[in-house]
Design a protein around this ligand. Structure first.
Ligand SMILES: [Zn+2]
Length: 220
């Protein structure tokens, strides 16, 4: 009975109440959707209307170039109150921040519309050879949490999912060109590898976690 009432209220009462806090839910299905429906069942998919507009418009631009692509979102924010962090993300506490999954393709180059990690986090596109390696730098400074998700999340799908640099770079460039977007976090070695020019794309700091499994976007 609890599960039934919880689920019904999640999709009826909570979205209405969230309006009073200036939050709207991201779509549950379609071409912009949660990578994992658990994100929505736990009410972690609420954002300010401006951020939802950014995501929906970015998808439209992306779809005009890569028809049929799907933008999978990860954690956003809770529906109520500013300042209540969405653990483990300390900064996702005001509806202005959202994580998006990377794009992947299969070994034959066919675009995929999901990700190697069921939750979107923890399967990393690691630095190669001479690329700057913040995972090593941060861990050596004692920030044990920086790459900890790799030890928690199963890695068995990793060989079958090839990082789609082209579509991921396109998404980041579209997001960074949007006037409403304040900052984007992606691991520095990927910023360089993908040739992402925008000054909005910054390093998030060693106190955060690795961002070579997802893109963090936040609006003003
Ligand atoms: Zn984030």
């Amino acid at each position: 009975m609890f599960i039934l009432l919880y689920t019904i209220s999640n999709f009826t009462i909570v979205p209405l109440a969230a309006k009073h806090f200036g939050r709207v839910p991201l779509p549950l299905r379609g071409r912009v959707k949660p990578l994992n429906i658990g994100t929505c069942l736990l009410n972690r998919h609420y954002v300010r209307p401006a951020l939802r507009d950014v995501v929906m418009k970015s998808y439209q631009v992306l779809d005009s170039k890569y028809s049929g692509c799907t933008v999978n979102y990860l954690d956003a924010g809770f529906p109520f109150y500013n300042g209540f962090p969405l653990l483990p993300h300390l900064s996702h506490n005001d509806g202005r921040k959202l994580d998006l999954a990377f794009f992947y393709k299969d070994k034959n180059g066919k675009p995929l519309n999901d990700a190697p990690s069921a939750i979107g986090y923890g399967v990393y596109e690691s630095p190669r050879g001479s690329e700057v390696n913040y995972a090593e730098r941060c861990t050596s400074k004692g920030y044990w949490q920086y790459g900890v998700m790799e030890q928690i999340v199963p890695q068995r799908n990793k060989p079958d999912y090839i990082f789609d640099a082209e579509r991921t770079a396109a998404l980041v460039n579209i997001l960074s060109a949007n006037k409403s977007v304040e900052k984007i976090f992606i691991e520095p070695h990927l910023k360089r590898r993908l040739g992402l020019p925008s000054p909005k794309i910054r390093f998030h700091g060693c106190q955060a976690v690795r961002h070579d499994d997802h893109v963090h976007v936040q609006v003003y």
